[in-house]
Design a protein around this ligand. Structure first.
Ligand code: PTJ
Length: 248
């Protein structure tokens, strides 16, 4: 591995890439997860690599929905585990949600490794025998009957579009954290938080800690995803215009 100099202008981003690459070699992140990260980085550039005001409001709404749900479940994949394992125990504790490992590129080896990583960081991970409950072909239909199977709300960070749609078809509410407001997941979710996952998870945790049950219920009822999607696209368009103007 190349040593990354601390004075490199992209030091933080390069360290994240380094973490994900190591997690890929450790079979926690799927090789495709590195491509997903690259796509996310491109959208994050357009957001100015910071949490926008709109995303901060979406994070509060996400907390409200989690606190108002009867059986909320956080669905964790390889990228989310590699990036946020250290942040998920706090989110689990603040939101009261269960955590289930649910993978697109599912192998028993990856399931075990991701579970072990989460447990090392204090996350209580649901165990059990998965069943084909999600209306999808292949292994992606698998989930736990006592987890995603009976959840009324599923938080799916960095998700592929099919599963989000399938979960909605099952009558569940879905929150995603996705830097791409144009993705099928962001477009079909009940609520898309358009922010980088390691910024979003602690923000949702903090909001869970400050909202009362009453405030949460009132806020959760009025969530309109199209507002958040539009605000993200407008912010990105403005940034592009500003960057173009700066060239003149
Ligand atoms: O671990 P597995 O087997 O479940 O596989 C996980 C991946 C991510 C490979 C799988 O779900 C996948 O292929 O996802 P997609 O279709 O590439 O979608 C991932 C979405 O997450 C894209 O819209 C990216 O823009 C977005 N994204 C990537 N990195 C981040 C992100 N959003 C927030 N924070 C990030 N760090």
């Amino acid at each position: 591995m190349t040593e990354i100099p601390e004075d490199h202008p992209r030091y933080a981003a390069l360290m994240v890439r380094d973490r994900l690459t190591k997690a890929m070699w450790a079979k926690i992140v799927a090789p495709e997860g590195l491509i997903a990260q690259g796509r996310g980085e491109a959208y994050d550039y357009l957001l100015g690599e910071q949490t926008t005001g709109s995303a901060a409001r979406a994070e509060r709404a996400a907390a409200a929905m989690l606190l108002s749900a009867e059986h909320p479940v956080i669905s964790v994949n390889g990228n989310t585990a590699a990036l946020c394992a250290h942040q998920l125990a706090a989110l689990q504790e603040a939101s009261g949600a269960a955590v289930e490992v649910n993978l697109f590129h599912r192998t028993e080896e990856r399931m075990a490794k991701i579970t072990a990583l989460l447990e090392e960081h204090g996350v209580e991970v649901l165990a059990g025998t998965p069943e084909r409950l999600i209306p999808l072909s292949h292994e992606r239909a698998l989930c736990l009957p006592d987890g995603i199977g009976r959840a009324d709300l599923v938080l799916v960070p960095l998700e592929d579009g099919d599963r989000c749609e399938a979960l909605r078809q099952m009558g569940k509410s879905v929150i995603t954290i996705d830097l791409n407001p144009l993705s099928r997941t962001a477009q079909t979710a009940t609520l898309a938080v358009i922010d980088e996952v390691t910024r979003a998870v602690p923000a949702v945790t903090a909001a869970c800690r400050t909202l009362s049950q009453e405030e949460a219920r009132a806020l959760a009822v009025g969530v309109d995803n199209t507002v958040f999607l539009k605000e993200a696209l407008v912010t990105m368009a403005r940034h592009l215009e500003e960057m173009a103007d700066a060239l003149e």
